[in-house]
Design a protein around this ligand. Structure first.
Ligand SMILES: [Fe+2]
Ligand SMILES: [Fe+2]
Length: 379
């Protein structure tokens, strides 16, 4: 968001503040009786959660109408940001992009290009699927509308990379995309919409941070076009984040115990990035190495992870949530302590790294070349 022109920034700020009021005045209390049920099996839990997420169709419809952009002409499209042939001076403006920053950009692009996996996952969440492929229910509209917006991200980044053939080995990048879609991804939601939306609430914020930081670094080296591209994508992620967090707010109001127990489970497992199965057929540690470059550049770090956890605790007001029954209150306490724990772990890891670090700054060109087939050797 920092990379918008002032006018864009102003519009986005206005938009986000209007979105943050996206909630029904008050959910039907009729549904509150639902949490008194004691589900005994996973199927019963799913059934219960499905009923809850279908008790606020007006909220989902409002998200479709107010948070998603209008489809088509009035929406931004990749061609608005990147044209072919590029404008004069475009190639030169990208010359300052380091190999490391390109690696992160490629990793982000590959993650976005695995969109079929994410739409598939969204349609596994009990009660939120699109049963016919063009169903008119609010959840189905959300699923397709969200996908249509996300689809622009991979398209746009792919196009940017394709237009830099001197630096990028596009075939290797494409192989990695294909591998990732073939491998799939399991965020551990187990078809549970509560867990699914807790995951996406976290993940959309993480991608907003990551794209935003790539844009910031691109701007520093004069790559204005890439910076603008990243800002537009981060802007989409910001709207999606608000929607998913809003869905969770509604669930929390209707089924606090169920929500907290689900959140405890999600956080215990840890929020893994959707590209963790990334591979190019050569490097078995590709994902870890990509993550390490992103961490070194400060694009997405363990501190961001801690900050996102803290943000969720804050916006769902978990520290002040009272009256929870049974194990749910213990889970709430556990969740509220997590941000500090993550921060301490991040600080410890940082100190360890600093001690052992002999070469701060750009990685050795030979190491980069060997690790990431995506990047071409500079002549
Ligand atoms: Fe995205
Ligand atoms: Fe997203």
């Amino acid at each position: 968001m920092l990379f918008y022109t002032m006018a864009n920034l102003f519009t986005l700020t206005l938009f986000i503040s209007s979105c943050s009021s996206f909630r029904l005045p008050s959910p039907s209390r009729l549904t509150l009786t639902l949490h008194t049920l004691t589900p005994t099996s996973h199927e019963e839990t799913l059934n219960h959660h499905s009923i809850v997420v279908n008790s606020f169709p007006e909220i989902v419809q409002k998200a479709v109408d107010d948070i998603l952009l209008v489809t088509g002409e009035d929406s931004w499209q990749p061609s608005d940001l990147l044209s072919y042939p590029p404008k004069e001076g475009w190639k030169e403006s990208n010359e300052g992009l380091s190999d490391e920053l390109l690696v992160v950009l490629i990793g982000d692009m590959i993650t976005e290009e695995a969109l079929p996996t994410y739409q598939t996952l969204l349609n596994t969440f009990a009660g939120c699927s699109d049963p016919t492929g063009s169903s008119p229910t609010p959840w189905s509209q959300w699923s397709r509308g969200w996908t249509s917006e996300e689809n622009r991200h991979g398209d746009l980044l792919n196009r940017f990379l394709f237009m830099n053939p001197e630096r990028i080995d596009m075939r290797s990048v494409e192989c990695t995309v294909q591998h990732l879609i073939t491998s799939g991804f399991d965020p551990g939601a187990d078809r549970d919409p509560y867990k699914g939306f807790i995951y996406t609430s976290f993940q959309e914020r993480a991608t907003k941070i990551s794209h935003g930081n790539v844009g910031k670094l691109a701007k520093k080296v004069g790559a204005e076009n890439l910076s603008r591209i990243c800002a537009y994508i981060a802007g989409d992620e910001a709207r999606h984040e608000i929607a998913y967090q809003g869905f969770c707010t509604e669930i929390l109001e209707r089924d606090p115990e169920g929500f907290i127990v689900s959140m405890g489970e999600v956080m215990r497992k840890g929020i893994t990035m959707p590209a963790e199965m990334m591979q190019d057929g050569h490097n078995k540690n590709l994902y870890q190495e990509f993550s390490s470059v992103a961490q070194d550049l400060g694009v997405y770090t363990a501190f961001d992870y801690a900050d996102i956890a803290a943000h969720l605790v804050r916006i769902w007001n978990l520290e002040k949530l009272t009256g929870l029954k049974g194990e749910a209150d213990k889970e709430r306490e556990f969740i509220c302590k997590l941000p500090d724990r993550y921060r301490k772990l991040a600080e410890r890891a940082e100190k360890k790294k600093e001690k052992g670090r002999t070469n701060v700054g750009p990685k050795d060109a030979k190491v980069m070349e060997k690790t990431f087939k995506w990047i071409k050797k500079r002549s």
